[in-house]
Design a protein. Structure first.
Length: 204
DNA sequence: GTCCCGATTCCCT
DNA sequence: GGGAATCGGGACC
């Protein structure tokens, strides 16, 4: 008994996360974000953020109260608040102290879709439920209370698992979205041709 | 203490 | 394609 919606799914082990986010990120594609209330969605778009190496990372200038989770143990959820209304969800990577993480930018709802619709009353179509970092967090009910949640142990009911689907052989790689610094880092990956990815606003 | 702007989303034109 | 909503983090005085 795994406690997951499907007993054949395997929770990703701690070691999966203990690497550079640019390695972890593309491997998170096609993995599944799971909440214990039955919500599950396939991760189809991610971005890497690399601490002191990365001027666009929240952790670039060192640890603060807000980014403390990012500097902790890999495999935990770093949740941040932005634009006065949106939450973003990241998987902490690397070694403690590095401030590495992978932003979960978009996912395809698989299970618990009705709960996601309730959490996102403004979404017209199901493909709008989690096609962006703020949308994904809202669809799963992720907020400040989930900052620091253990994605491996599932202490707060949020985990990442695999159903055996491998990451795409040739993911789409390109610049990250919504940042103004280090815009040249090609650290955004998504599943090719997927309907549920966020559409990159072409500016900034 | 003040000020700027953000790892965004939604609605209108 | 443009702009509003909304507020906390962090840089700087």
């Amino acid at each position: 008994m795994t406690g997951l919606p499907d007993p054949t799914w395997q929770v990703l082990p701690r070691e999966f996360y203990r690497r550079h986010p640019a390695l972890v990120a593309p491997e998170l594609l096609n993995k599944i974000l799971v909440r214990s209330d039955g919500r599950a969605a396939r991760i189809v778009e991610v971005e890497a953020y690399a601490g002191s190496e990365d001027p666009a990372a929240h952790s670039f200038r060192g640890r603060t109260a807000r980014t403390a989770t990012m500097f902790g143990e890999a495999g935990h959820l770093y949740v941040y608040f932005t634009y006065g209304m949106h939450w973003g969800s990241n998987a902490v990577c690397g070694e403690a102290g590095e401030g590495f993480g992978v932003l979960l930018r978009a996912a395809e709802p698989l299970l618990g879709v009705e709960l996601m619709r309730q959490a996102r009353p403004r979404a017209r179509r199901d493909r709008d439920l989690a096609s962006g970092p703020g949308k994904l967090s809202q669809a799963f009910g992720i907020n400040r209370d989930f900052d620091g949640a253990d994605l491996v142990g599932g202490d707060r009911g949020i985990r990442i698992a695999s159903d055996g689907t491998p990451p795409p052989d040739t993911p789409v790689v390109g610049p990250r979205i919504g940042i103004s610094r280090a815009v040249e880092f090609p650290w955004r990956w998504h599943v090719p041709g997927h309907l549920h990815v966020s559409v990159p606003p072409r500016k900034r």
